[in-house]
Design a protein around this ligand. Sequence first.
Ligand SMILES: *Cc1c(COP(=O)(O)O)cnc(C)c1O
Length: 403
Amino acid sequence: MIPRLRPPFGLLELALAAVPRPGYDEARFEQAFANKFGFEHGLFFPYGRSALYALLKVRGQDRQVVMPAYTCSVVAHAVALSGNKPVFVDCGQEHFNMPPAALEPALDEQTSMVILTPIFGYPIERRDCEAVIKKKSPDAFVLYDLAYAFGVHDKRGPQAQEADAALFGLGIGKQLSTLFGGILLLRDPELYQAVKEFRDQTFKKPGRLAGLNKFSYGKAVYFAFREPFLSLVDLLERKTPLLNRFTRHYYGVDGIAMPADFQVRPTALQARLGLSQLERYDQIETQRWAIGQRYELKLAQAGFKVFEGQESQTYSHFPLAVAERDRVIAAMLDKGVGLGKLIDYSCPCLPGYDYSPDAHPHSYWFSQHLVNLPCWPGMTVAQVDQVIEALGACRDQSPKDFL
Ligand SMILES: *Cc1c(COP(=O)(O)O)cnc(C)c1O
């Protein structure tokens, strides 16, 4: 069985992170993360959404925040719960990223912030997006949401190199993970101080047992993505609503909400776990890139339609659009390959926002048609080829399930 996901840390790494080490603390993690991704300041939060919420709270209320329709629901929730208004922009017809032409009409002098979101590690058309922002909303704060695109580059360099801020999620499905967590990177020292103060005053310290709980959670996650638990989890997920509670609640797709602990600070274990992965980040990125490029080349040769990139994708996931998603996932599972179904909603269609699917049709289409192939460091070339062969075999069996 090739799992759809593996956490980016090993059991030994998790065990080591449970041991206190002098100097390996939150402040060091924040600074190391900021240095790695080209910003002056970093702040570690319990979730990515908590970081966005804090930033928005500090910047004020009743403002318009322009963001993609096709993104993680928690981004929209953080905007709404901070007392601001999300303005949703559709993605392109051919690509899940938000094109500059769709962004432009959403912008005006009321726009307080624009969230640019390269998804699945695929770069956006940065130059044109930033040009329309300069033209229509010169005072808007520009935030790159890199939770699904750590390290994303284009020909001119890192995509967020001119941004005011960047946001990263560190939950279990991300390129680096501290089990739960998020990082906000900032340039302006005054804004950094203000957000830090807000966090330190509003967020609670973790309880004394929290470190232990996080370790147990980490261990459970590690085993959950290994056999035989993995097959069991997949079975439960497919055949019963048992796990719905957890996943639906986590993303808040039943309504605009945050988890109960969204303002409880992360533990020292999480900071240490983040630090040790950060030291290996380049290796993690290289491995993902090699896997993604092999998929891209071989799938294109086999006549599958792959997404346009700029050869600099960092592949937080390897996305593929299919006609009949559930049938493809089931057929691939029978061949021993786990596929994921991520962002299977368009944010404006979620309860609490209640737009019709027609308002952002491309985003809605992608929410119904994307799967992601296994793409995690440690996969062998043989495993990558096995996934490609299985896809070909599934298409031979049932061509109408594919595009
Ligand atoms: C994961 C994610 C976030 C933040 O997620 P949290 O679960 O709050 O840590 C933000 N944006 C995108 C695109 C994401 O994938």
